[in-house]
Design a binder for this molecule. Sequence first.
Ligand code: TXA
Ligand code: MG
Length: 310
Amino acid sequence: MNKNLANIKKSKFYLDKGCCIAIPTETVYGLAANAYLDSAVEKIYKLKKRPKFNPSIVHYSNLKQLKNDCFLNKNFFTLYKKFCPGPITFVLKLKKNSKISKNVNNKKKTLAVRFPKHALTRKLLKKINYPLAAPSANISSKISPVSKNDVIDEFGKKIKFILDGGKSKVGLESTIINLIKKPQILRLGGIETSKINQALKTKLKFNKKNIKIVMPGQRKVHYSPGIPIRLNVKKPKTNEAFILIQKRKLSKNNYYYLSKKRNLKEAAKKLYETLRLVKKEKFKSIAVEKIPNTGLGEAINDRLIRASKL
Ligand code: TXA
Ligand code: MG
């Protein structure tokens, strides 16, 4: 049997038993469990040391499945057609008769849902008859994992199985948009705000004030490598790791490049991997060059600002 197929079968076996496993997505790896089963979802929260009030995103295979749990609206269909499967999460109204475990969303009346693009995870979702609750597969407030090794880094042998899907292509979490009333961007991510505005014919802007009210889980400190980070730095101190957006003619041992020529897609993909690497190299602090605040640069800067709040 093909290796991937065997691993998908193994994943299904563990998930059907109510275990949680790590799955690859195009954004970051997720720690997944049956979203309809209280005991399975509880395991995610224990492993991640995630506060119960912080709801999780539920991953679906198709629209028919989603209709069992949520009310869909016009804005949803517009964005779904344009971006799904892909790095976008929708906050929708939960149906009263939905089977979603109360542990997924802490009994809230809303649910965050997404259709991931990674081929292996899509195949897995097709094979099971329940959606998957899956927050990023990292210990709460730490850096999100973008490879199997990163997940091992976070949890060691505590996870029953990791479905290896290679490196995540986007490298940053999904964009989250609240579609309950007037659309609101709740988290910057893999789909740029300008693309969403184009699709919805709106002029939405990311506004931190909205988040405090709607998004209990977004704390100031997040994505943290656990050492101080200085942003918009022109010249690093000695013994400081220096993360740059563009290759320099004169490079040094402590220089880490997110991209060759200021390509923000490439930089997004390398961000978490680089932060993790620098941490392992045992630098005492990190300096980051100024990153343009356009397109995916907005999401990169958002993560760096939060990572810098120790
Ligand atoms: O790319 C992603 O979205 C990844 C992959 C694995 O899918 N997942 C991810 O999940 O980033 P997590 O749990 O690390 O971040 C989900 C965020 C949290 O900040 C949480 O507070 C918010 O989504 N969230 C979940 N349900 C919500 C809801 N009903 N209303 C508002 N915010 C919600
Ligand atoms: Mg996370």
